[in-house]
Every structure is written in structure tokens, then in C-alpha cells.
Design a protein around this ligand. Structure first.
Ligand code: PMP
Length: 365
């Protein structure tokens, strides 16, 4: 239901029932927002200065600061879009209960929108994900069910299966299902991608994204390949995950939250990806710490991961002065204060690197 090249986009003459672009596009932010929901999207694009130079890159690296969304991540966009699309097509009505499997950010984004609009919400989240996400969701009034991290997708104990099991017993409940929902990708196709292209005046040589559901990837790659067909799409999937093609599978596990899945989510379109990287934790999390120190960018572990592999990709593709890379930074340090922000946590996992010692050139991995 998400067309490859969207023939419905910006068409007023198409039956609204056939047009997936059902809800408002991101409008410029009003001077006074009528609720916090008007503050979703329109995130800043910021140039990196010290880090690219320090690794010998002459190309420009820009960061789409999705962590500056009001709920702290790019999932605010899909929270709003999935709820408004479901209201539009009648799946959600006053009194409905939203149930969602999540690694946390979608739960927080949906919880924020559900709170403002008055829906009850239940999030189902694996134990791996941080207490900071739990506290945020609880404060939003979201009811939380935790599932074992080791439960595989097929297991009846997985977050995904538990969410659907709950939906069978909770009256008036709906699983919006970010792993299958066209609204997930469309939030990025209609919103994030337009903002990136606008900020770059349609001049973009490489886009680097980390993948969980793959919704960001699908929405961005499709719009950007329409408008900048030569732009390289680089996607990142951690070890142990099945989002990247099977022939790249590497056994292992990752402490980077929000990315990677032990199944292939149908919302993820791999067709337009030019290059995949399999991510490991150490370089990614040290890069996230370095972003705070050198660039003042308070983003989460998956953002460090995106930059770490963006540097590798820029070198692999031989990008030069005048070329432009855009990295999508999904969430903020708020989710990880007791995790990679903590020296003790980093030491427990033997991840700590002396990022002040330039001679180690640790970022090359
Ligand atoms: N980074 C973080 C921190 C996330 O929470 C997510 C979403 N789970 C992603 C990256 C990947 O986004 P998507 O689900 O659109 O692939």
C-alpha cells in the first residue's frame, strides 16, 4: 500500500479513499502551537564541524536533528501519523485503546499523542530497553508490559505476539503496528524527506539511516530517490539483526537501542539501498559520546552509530569537498542517562575508549 513512486502525491483529483496521503503534511510551525503536536517535525539541520575534519573528510556532513522532536525522537512523527490515519479511516474512535509493541520511542511518541487526544494506551516493550523510556512512558500515563529480551519474534512471549494477544482480550483495542503500517513510512515520505530536501535545496549525495522497523528508511529513500536519483542510500543494521539482507547476517547482539530486529519488518523496503553496514557497539557508542563533547549534539546511541558508519561510507565512496552527506539522528541522550552516558556502564561492557587520544584513530574500527 506504499506505492514505489507515489502517483498519488500532491494530487487533489484522486479519491481520498485511494490516496495514502490522507492527513496534513508538516506545516511551518505556527508562532503559537495549538498543542504540543504542532511542534512535531520541522527539526533543525545542523552541520558537523570538528569530527569530519578530525577524520580527514572534506565533504559536508549534516545532521537531521530528529532528537529535537518534542517527545525526544523521530517516532513522534509516526505516533501522530499512525493515530491520525487510524482516526481518518475509522479504526480509532473515542474510547479506543492503543496497544503497540515498541523498543520505547514509538511508545513515547504514541503515548504523547494519545495523552493529548485522550486515548488509553498500552505499550509492550522488551526488557533490554532503558528505564528512562519506562519512566517517560509511565509519566505519560502509558500502561507498560515488559517482555523477555531473548524471546524471538515467533515466541508467544515476544513483544509483538504479546501485543496482539492483548488486543484479543482488551475491548475496543487497536494495534497500529509500526512494523506493518504504511503510515509509518508515509510520515517520513511526506514530512522528514520534504524537510531534508528543502534544507538541502535538493542537493544531496548520501543519506545515512539506521533501521529498526525500516519506516524511516522506506519513506526517505523513496522520496529522495525520486528527487535526487544519484543520492546514495546507506542503511545500518546491527549485528544479530535481520533487517539487512540475509546474506549479510552476522551472529551477535547489540546494546544500541531502537535498531535491529530478529525478523524482517514488511514496512522496510531494501530495494533502494545502495550499501548496508552491520554495526557494532563500541565505535558507535564512543561516537555518540564524542558528538556531545565535540559538536554539542545530545543524541542517542543509534545516532553515534549512524555517524560512525557515515564516516566509513564517505571514505568507501570517496566523497570529496562539495559533496553533502545527511545523517538522521533518531533520539536523544535522555533515554540513556544510565546507559552509554555512564562511564560505569561503558566500562562494564568494555566499550570505553579514550576518545581524547587522537593518535588511536579509534573511529576507524
Ligand atoms: N534509532 C532509534 C533510537 C529508534 O528508536 C529507532 C526506531 N525504533 C530507529 C533508530 C529506527 O527507526 P525505524 O523504526 O524507522 O527504522
Amino acid at each position: 500500500c506504499i506505492p514505489k513512486k507515489c502517483k498519488y502525491h500532491n494530487r487533489q483529483d484522486v479519491d481520498p479513499k485511494l490516496n495514502p496521503h490522507t492527513t496534513r503534511q508538516i506545516a511551518p510551525r505556527p508562532k503559537v502551537c495549538s498543542s504540543i503536536l504542532d511542534a512535531i517535525g520541522n527539526t533543525p539541520m545542523v552541520r558537523l564541524n570538528k569530527i569530519p575534519k578530525s577524520v580527514g573528510l572534506d565533504c559536508e556532513i549534516l545532521v537531521k536533528c530528529e532528537f529535537l522532536n518534542p517527545g525526544g525522537s523521530l517516532k513522534d512523527r509516526i505516533g501522530l501519523r499512525m493515530i491520525e490515519d487510524a482516526e481518518h479511516d475509522g479504526r480509532l474512535k473515542p474510547g479506543s485503546v492503543i496497544i503497540e509493541p515498541t523498543s520505547g520511542n514509538t511508545g513515547i511518541g504514541l503515548g504523547m499523542v494519545a495523552g493529548v487526544k485522550g486515548y488509553r494506551m498500552i505499550a509492550v516493550m522488551p526488557e533490554k530497553n532503558s528505564d528512562e523510556k519506562v519512566y517517560t512512558m509511565r509519566a505519560e500515563g502509558v500502561e507498560l508490559v515488559r517482555t523477555p529480551t531473548i524471546a524471538s519474534y515467533e515466541s508467544p512471549e515476544s513483544a509483538y505476539r504479546v501485543a496482539y494477544k492483548l488486543a484479543d482480550i482488551v475491548p475496543n483495542s487497536v494495534v497500529l503496528d509500526q512494523y506493518r503500517s504504511a503510515s509509518n513510512a508515509l510520515a517520513h515520505y511526506d514530512g522528514t524527506a520534504e524537510e531534508i530536501l528543502d534544507a538541502c535545496d535538493d542537493k544531496l549525495d548520501m543519506l545515512v539511516i539506521s533501521t529498526g522497523t525500516g519506516g524511516t528508511l522506506t519513506g526517505l529513500e523513496r522520496k529522495i530517490k525520486e528527487r535526487c536519483p544519484d543520492c546514495k542510500i546507506v542503511a545500518i543494521d546491527p549485528v544479530g539483526s535481520r533487517v539487512a539482507p540475509d546474506d549479510m547476517f552476522v551472529k551477535g547482539s547489540s546494546q544500541i537501542e531502537g535498531i535491529g530486529k530478529d525478523f524482517y519488518p514488511t514496512v522496510a523496503d531494501r530495494e533502494l539501498v545502495d550499501k548496508w553496514y552491520k554495526a557494532t557497539d563500541k565505535g558507535s557508542l564512543n561516537m555518540a559520546r564524542r558528538l556531545i563533547k565535540d559538536e554539542g549534539i545530545m543524541s542517542g546511541g543509534s545516532s553515534g552509530c549512524v555517524l560512525y558508519y557515515a564516516i566509513k561510507a564517505a571514505k568507501d565512496y570517496g566523497l570529496k569537498e562539495g559533496d553533502r552527506v545527511v545523517c538522521v539522528f533518531a533520539d536523544s541522550i535522555r533515554n540513556y542517562m544510565t546507559k552509554f552516558l555512564s562511564d560505569d556502564w561503558m566500562n562494564d561492557f568494555k566499550y570505553m575508549e579514550d576518545t581524547l587520544d587522537e593518535s588511536k584513530q579509534w573511529w576507524y574500527g
